[in-house]
Design a protein around this ligand. Structure first.
Ligand code: NAD
Length: 366
């Protein structure tokens, strides 16, 4: 009976509300699949600041290091907004966690069920079967981390700011490998998105992805697209993509565009996969909903727990290799939602249920 030892960092506002329900669902799947769960809870974000004086307390980092994966909620909110930017929960907790565990690949399924197409700003006739695509974003390179990164006063008194976009071939190769693996598990179609008509980093990106696929994945149908065109194509006809892979800044923007066209943030999960291997020899990863702490609805028991529940499925798949258990959770969420149990964010003004009842419906569907 495999033991699943994972850190539970629920965070702030709706974070603990949806995490509680996700753990109930996971517990149920654990019983059905004969898995032993060993969740280790620790404070992060605002809870870390309030209880330990730091968004990512040492004790929390130590807990994560003992585990094979991190199940993350979300952090931040009005209570800590007055802190200096460097101490803000998101920046002081998530970025160091990504860096510490070299979480270089962000995998975001863009999934909209046919029954929920009304939640998308795209006309239903353009997405009659909903949306089912995957965005893979490089997470630790590019413009956000390149040096120099500074603001200087020039000799003539003007002020100049510089950010630097850098990519190494090895960084591109490892994200290409992640993208190929994702494409293989789906329709074997991969689109690499860059700006190779203007940027040096994109020229290297395009050449490296093409070489990687030619050498290691001739079974994958690879295409390339400029990022400005991709931003348009994503709203014009999202399902022309199956899996797309792109660098950090482009991925930041395109993944949010994808979240919007998929309707509610309450349904979208994500996985950040690390370079390191866990005790099972599988990728260490951090799994979290795509949305934030939703302070506007926190404490009311109405947040949609599905994104957090679907994050547990990604954890089972990538960090534990438990594909059947992961698919079981995904099928149960689909069944509950398409069967008519909906939280307010996906009810379109119709009857809605609260956080707990939504999770109950998923458990019943299991
Ligand atoms: P948000 O994602 O928290 O909320 C945006 C909108 O989506 C809100 O109307 C909210 O009610 C709704 N929403 C989000 N998740 C939902 C769910 N599960 N069910 C139903 N509705 C849901 O974004 P925001 O309001 O810009 O940010 C709020 C706080 O969250 C900020 O402090 C921000 O910094 C933080 N944040 C954290 C993360 C993270 O921890 N990874 C990500 C984004 C934002």
């Amino acid at each position: 009976m495999p033991t699943l030892k994972f850190a539970v960092l629920a965070g702030d506002y709706i974070g603990p509300e949806v995490m509680t329900e996700a753990l109930r669902v996971l517990d149920h799947v654990g019983r059905l699949e004969s898995l032993t769960l060993q969740p280790l809870a620790a404070d992060v974000g605002g809870a870390g600041i309030d209880n330990h004086g730091k968004a990512l307390p040492e004790s929390t980092l130590q807990t994560c290091e003992q585990c094979d994966a991190i199940l993350f909620g979300s952090v931040g909110g009005p209570k800590w907004e007055k802190l200096p930017p460097k101490d803000q929960p998101e920046r002081a907790a998530l970025l160091p966690l990504r860096k510490h565990f070299t979480l270089f690949a962000n995998i975001r399924p863009g999934l909209l069920y046919r029954e929920l197409t009304a939640a998308s700003p795209i006309k239903t006739e353009r997405i009659p079967d909903g949306i089912d695509i995957v965005c893979i974003r490089e997470l630790t390179g590019g413009l956000y981390f390149g040096k120099p990164k500074e603001t200087t006063v020039l000799a003539d008194g003007d002020v100049q700011a510089v950010d630097t976009m850098t990519y190494r071939k090895s960084e591109i190769e490892r994200i290409a490998a992640t993208a190929v693996a994702a494409a293989r598990s789906r329709k074997k179609r991969l689109c690499s998105i860059d700006k190779a008509n203007v940027l040096e980093t994109s020229v290297l990106w395009r050449r490296t992805v093409a070489d990687y696929v030619a050498r290691h994945a001739p079974d994958i149908e690879l295409s390339h697209m400029y990022v400005d065109n991709a931003a348009m194509q994503l709203v014009r006809s999202p399902n022309q993509f199956d899996v797309f892979v792109t660098e950090n800044l482009f991925g930041d923007i395109l993944s949010d565009e994808m979240a919007v066209i998929c309707g509610s943030l309450g349904m979208l999960s994500s996985a950040s996969i690390g370079a390191g291997r866990n005790s099972l020899g599988l990728p260490f990863g951090l799994y979290e909903p795509a949305g934030g702490t939703a302070p506007d609805i926190a404490g009311k028991g109405v947040a949609n727990p599905c994104a957090q529940i679907l994050s547990t499925a990604l954890m089972l798949r990538y960090s534990y290799g438990l594909e059947r258990a992961a698919a079981r959770i995904e099928a149960a969420v689909r069944k509950a939602v398409t069967g008519g149990t909906r939280t307010a964010d996906i009810a379109f003004g119709g009857a809605s249920v609260g956080t707990r009842a939504m999770a109950d419906a998923v458990i019943a569907a299991l």
